[in-house]
Design a protein around this ligand. Structure first.
Ligand code: HEM
Ligand code: NAG
Ligand code: NAG
Ligand code: NAG
Ligand code: NAG
Length: 322
């Protein structure tokens, strides 16, 4: 790389948000694939308008991709004889993670327009960003930097190592986000994604339905009616995370936390330190506050441990390494 170009990049980075500058750029495909962001958005729109839950799945997919091997599309890789246990088969992802068919459709459409140009990692980031846009009724609008490369490593055991389980307390949660360069406020703000989508009963039974519990008694009773006492793979229904506005990406999650009507120990844990409880209150009560913080934290999360240069490739098929 020419020294003058490096200097230009450094200067540009000094001028924009520090978080938008780990080698990624907004409009990265301006020249090489100018329509990519439109193409992905149209695919996401089709799927999300048919089933809002798929949009929730895409937002969660970005989180699960980024926390394991960085945001590199590793969560998309299918099992092979040489690698029978990729991330997507790990307990945090299988069978709950959804939206893979949207990524496949987007990748097919993008490959037709610009073969071999756009990484699967960037497609996940664009798709998650678009899902947030549609589910927030066009309120959460994010300029998504791009230029991520796809990884070649995907191991289920690493998903267990890095994805925080729903039984974590505040110490565990802060620690797992810190391990990815995200702070306690990022963690609180990103947990607000639990304002959409669903959970399988097995993710909170029996943990949250034991007595005594801090959970609202009538909410707990509702969950007891909807969930078996011992969920099994063959009998594991789902419930919505947010009973008030189940498909809206809004700040209702924080009102649910305050009302003790949330599914996970990790959600309730946000009230267990004064600093994080304060953030919950602000997110619940100040209009527009959470949405502004969410946009920043989302972009920050989308840049965790991204691969550039020789560390990755642009996969032709998102499910297999080249
Ligand atoms: C703070 C730590 C977190 C924990 C412990 C956690 C845990 C979980 C669990 C257990 C589920 C239910 C999965 C199922 O049984 O179907 C879930 C769902 C979900 N999570 Fe999280 N999560 C966390 C953070 C995040 C973050 C950072 C995001 C994205 C910004 C996110 C987005 C979602 C979404 C959208 C769903 C619904 C998915 C669907 O409907 O398919 N979560 N989470
Ligand atoms: C791509 O184009 C947009 C809109 O004109 C501009 O804001 C952005 O900085 C451009 N990015 C690159 C990397 O060229
Ligand atoms: C995945 O990680 C585990 C634990 O470190 C290791 O035993 C296993 O060999 C790895 N699998 C592959 C295919 O690299
Ligand atoms: C959080 O959980 C860890 C691991 O289970 C435990 O050692 C620790 O004491 C807990 N911390 C708090 C503040 O409850
Ligand atoms: C639990 O929720 C119910 C129904 O919304 C409400 O009437 C009740 O006051 C709540 N319980 C407590 C202890 O806040």
């Amino acid at each position: 790389m020419a020294a003058s170009f490096r200097v230009a990049v450094a200067v540009t980075c000094a001028l924009v948000l520090a978080t938008a500058c780990q080698g990624l750029q907004v409009g990265y495909y301006n020249k090489s694939c100018p329509r990519v962001e439109h193409i992905v958005r149209d695919e996401v729109k089709k799927f999300v308008y048919k089933n809002a839950g798929v949009g929730a799945g895409l937002i969660r997919m970005l989180f699960h991709d980024c926390f394991v091997q960085g945001c590199d599309g590793s969560v998309l890789l299918d099992p092979t004889p040489a690698n029978p246990r990729p991330e997507k088969l790990s307990a945090p992802n299988f069978p709950s993670l959804r939206g893979f068919e949207v990524i496949d459709a987007a990748k097919d459409a993008v490959e037709k327009a610009c073969p071999g140009t756009v990484s699967c990692a960037d497609i996940i980031a664009f798709a998650a960003r678009d899902a947030a846009y549609f589910l927030s009724r066009f309120y959460v609008k994010i300029d998504m930097p791009a230029g991520r490369l796809d990884g070649r490593v995907s191991n289920a055991s690493e998903a267990l190592d890095f994805l925080p389980p729903p039984v974590f307390n505040i110490t565990g949660l802060v620690g797992s986000f810190a391990a990815k360069g995200l702070d306690a406020e990022d963690m609180v703000v990103l947990s607000g994604a639990h304002t959409i989508g669903r959970s399988h009963c097995s993710s909170f039974v029996p943990d949250r339905l034991a007595v005594p519990s801090d959970i609202n008694a009538s909410f707990a009773n509702l969950l007891r009616r909807r969930c078996p006492a011992n969920p099994t793979p063959g009998n594991d229904p789902t419930v919505n995370q947010d009973l008030v506005t189940p498909n809206a990406l809004d700040n209702q999650y924080y009102k649910n936390v305050l009302a003790h009507k949330v599914l996970f120990t990790s959600d309730a844990a946000l009230l267990t330190t004064p600093a994080t409880a304060r953030m919950v209150l602000d997110n619940a009560n100040i209009p527009g506050w959470w949405e502004a913080k969410f946009k920043k934290a989302f972009v920050k999360m989308s840049q965790v441990e991204v691969k550039t240069g020789k560390q990755g490739e642009v996969r032709r098929n998102c499910r297999v390494v080249n």
